[in-house]
Design a protein around this ligand. Structure first.
Ligand SMILES: *Cc1c(COP(=O)(O)O)cnc(C)c1O
Length: 290
């Protein structure tokens, strides 16, 4: 068998060790005589798996005690709406940094719920760089500041964590678990799994407990961070198979040396790519400026 290379951001390739483990356990997970897809999400076995996933991700990312980790569905795309549905707290405005396609989608979704104030945009220059902190025209009456840590399509990434007096919200879909993150500077970080953390079907939300109890009563329970946290993300049946894959990805990441080692390898890979572009004598072109 020849495995092909897949350079797509997501769904992306999984480590062969992860695929082999799935293959091994597909007909008999932990001696149950069933696959993980066929057992109850309320069973002790699944509960243990779920708890291990949370404790592994807490270890890997060094998540502070006062942050909850939620495992949700609907992708990062649902978070574009779920964030304003939960965090406006009676305010009418939210700040957004417009750096490319994904932050643009987040802004369009949030516009249904509040005024979206664009604190900086690089649209005029084709989204070819990230604005500096000094260039952010922040408002003091915003409910939160939203940014997209890595613009997966345009290829621009923040090399600093924005400072703001209001809670900072981060779409880290294509960067969570690829490098360390300063969680204590954030109110909420979300990421869908299919880029770095497994397969599609799971969205990870890491939220500071200070942001609970802000959603209006009309918010459906299944979209309310506070209700979801109280139910340990189990208001309804979670995406059991994608969660299982996330668990295997975390095992793999730990076995490779954790986030520091993965970050090191990612810098090497990026270096290889950018060196090839710049030494191609103009054959390849990089639109991104530092
Ligand atoms: C892929 C991606 C999304 C969309 O994720 P879905 O799971 O398809 O909703 C959002 N933001 C960023 C930065 C992404 O890379």
């Amino acid at each position: 068998m020849i495995r092909s290379h897949n350079f797509s951001a997501g769904p992306s390739a999984l480590p062969i060790e992860v695929l082999e483990k799935v293959h091994q356990e597909l007909f008999d997970f932990a001696g149950t005589g069933s696959s993980i897809m066929e057992i109850s999400h309320r069973s002790v076995l699944f509960k243990n798996l779920f708890e291990k996933i949370e404790s592994d991700i807490r270890d890997i990312l060094d998540i502070p005690e006062n942050y909850k980790v939620l495992f949700l569905q609907g992708g990062a795309t649902l978070q574009f709406s779920q964030v304003p549905m939960n965090l406006l707290n009676g305010k009418k405005k939210a700040d957004y940094i417009h750096t490319g396609l994904w932050s643009g989608k987040a802004i369009r979704s949030a516009s249904r719920f509040c005024d979206t104030h664009i604190v900086a945009s690089n649209e005029m220059t084709g989204f070819n760089h990230i604005p500096l902190q000094e260039e952010l025209n922040l408002s003091s009456d915003a409910a939160y500041l939203h940014y997209t840590e890595n613009e997966t399509v345009q290829g621009v990434q923040f090399n600093y964590t924005p400072n703001s007096s209001v809670p900072l919200v981060c779409d880290a879909s294509s960067s969570l678990l690829s490098k360390p993150i300063e969680l204590n500077k954030h109110g909420l970080v979300y990421a869908s799994a299919q880029k770095n953390i497994g397969i599609s079907g799971v969205t990870i939300v890491i939220i500071n407990e200070d942001l609970f109890n802000m959603a209006p009563n009309s918010t459906p329970e299944i979209l309310n961070y506070t209700s979801l946290a109280k139910a340990n993300s189990l208001i309804n049946t979670p995406a059991t198979f994608p969660l299982y894959i996330t668990g295997l990805m975390l095992d793999w990441l730990i076995s490779q040396g954790g986030i520091a080692e993965v970050h090191h390898r990612n810098k090497q890979k990026a270096g290889l790519l950018y060196d090839t572009i710049s030494s191609s004598g103009g054959f390849y072109k990089n639109n991104v400026i530092d």
